[in-house]
Design a protein around this ligand. Structure first.
Ligand SMILES: Cc1ncc(COP(=O)(O)O)c(C=O)c1O
Length: 432
């Protein structure tokens, strides 16, 4: 039989799937066949350097041999069910070694939104309160509860959402809502968060939920003291602090987790993406003293059909063990520095790059019309940049003015340099 073409597969798929696939998959308009490390090949055999990395899912690189072997072994043994298994116990013991020590209880799920929903249930169960504060630009998922926390226009047309949500500006210094400059701003945004709670809460704040560095909003690290200021505010109001480390966790930002790095102890941490390198596994980790709260803790209260099933547990075990054994956190930091240095060079060369930022392999640049007004470059233009990159053989989220990069934590110098060279070539030839 003839190998199907990208065109044929895309057209056939489009007849069945609802619209709304991830934007880069629509714009790339290619069907992928094979992946190794940070390289992908489409069905026509064209090679791509993957700087998207499944938006932070790809920790080990595509089809890492240890990951493949562990999953194959598990497929032959047992795949379904919530019973205790040796593999899940092994995973939990490994998690106990890598998680911050105070987060000694975990529960396993299969999607990010599901883990965040569980964190909200746990916070309500423990505090007996029901309000949540989230941040402008926040993304915590697409279920109704998590969309209520969303700080963007993406939720428009989908309300009403559960009541009790309050929001305050994130410390996005490049686009400071107060038009101030850090550090002379004195972190007014944190003060404003405190005032927002005073003005808007009915006195029932269960938790503040925060991405230690915002992902969907454009891979934005806040100033280093901001998160601890937010943690103190949560304490002041008797609320828990939920750090949503779905994307920043497991080495993405050059440290195992982002919140402990700035001295913050979350009460609950939500994790996913890179934890199982592509297998749908997510989780929450919490302090032992809150884990027993009911109704979260009653039998079947915190569980789900797929969470921690043997196959998922094997994937997470192989992923985390390999992150540790192959020093991928260190690699994320080292390759991230090289990547950021290149972005900084581009910023000095190209007028349309207004800002570059990031930590580890969690990086971004902002495409603007000019440095003074910081007006974002129009969507059609950025989409043309993405498509030009695809033609050259580099996959990067350049289709929005806020460009995000999160390649596999395992990316090596050859893959990274090739990807960056292709991207630089694309930027040079781009007509804005
Ligand atoms: C910080 C954060 N939380 C939650 C989610 C939702 O995860 P999922 O898409 O697996 O539901 C995401 C996804 O991008 C995320 O970045």
């Amino acid at each position: 039989m003839k190998t199907p073409t990208s065109k044929h597969l895309r057209e056939t798929e489009n007849r069945h799937l609802t619209p709304g696939l991830q934007n880069f998959a629509i714009l790339a308009d290619r069907a992928m066949k094979k992946g190794r490390g940070s390289k992908l090949w489409d069905v026509e055999g064209r090679e791509y350097i993957d700087l998207i990395g499944g938006i932070g899912v790809n920790a080990l690189g595509h089809c890492h041999p240890k990951y493949v072997a562990r999953l194959k072994q598990q497929l032959d043994e047992l795949t379904i069910g919530s019973f205790t298994t040796e593999v899940r116990v092994e995973l939990l013991e490994l998690l106990a070694k890598v998680l911050p020590k105070h987060l000694s209880r975990v529960q396993l799920y299969s999607g990010g939104s599901e883990a965040v929903e569980a964190a909200l249930r746990l916070a309500k169960s423990h505090t007996k309160k029901w309000e949540f504060l989230s941040f402008w630009g926040a993304f915590h998922g697409k279920t109704m509860g998590t969309m209520a926390l969303m700080g963007s226009t993406a939720k428009q047309g989908l309300g009403p959402f559960p009541p009790g949500n309050i929001s305050a500006p994130f410390a996005n210094c490049y686009r400071c809502p107060f038009k101030l400059k850090y550090p002379s701003c004195g972190m007014l945004c944190a003060e404003f968060t405190r005032d927002t709670i005073k003005q808007q809460s009915s006195g029932a704040l269960a938790a503040i939920i925060v991405e230690p560095m915002q992902g969907t909003a454009g891979n934005i690290p806040p100033p280093k003291e901001w998160l601890s200021a937010i943690a103190s505010i949560a304490k002041e109001f008797g609320a828990l602090l939920i750090c949503d480390e779905m994307i920043t966790g497991f080495g993405r930002t050059g440290t195992m987790f982002a919140s402990p790095e700035v001295g913050v102890e979350a009460d609950i941490m939500t994790l996913g993406k890179g934890v199982a390198s592509g297998f749908p596994l997510s989780m929450l980790a919490c302090r032992a003293e809150i884990a027993d709260a009911k109704p979260f803790a009653i039998p079947s209260g915190s569980s789900s059909s797929y969470g921690g099933n043997p196959l998922a547990a094997a994937a997470a075990l192989a992923s985390i063990q390999t992150i540790v054994d192959e020093k991928l956190v260190e690699n994320s930091r080292a390759q991230g520095e090289i990547f950021l240095a290149r972005l900084q060079k581009w910023k000095s060369q190209f007028d349309f790059i207004g800002d570059v930022r990031g930590k580890g392999l969690f990086l971004a640049m902002e495409l603007v019309k000019d440095h003074t007004t910081k007006t974002p470059i129009a969507k059609e233009k950025t989409e043309s940049l993405f498509k030009a990159g695809v033609e050259k053989g580099v996959l990067a989220m350049t289709y929005a003015a806020s460009v995000r990069f999160q390649p596999a934590l395992s990316i090596n110098a050859e893959e990274l340099n090739r990807g960056l060279d292709l991207l630089e070539e694309t930027l040079r030839e781009w007509q804005i």
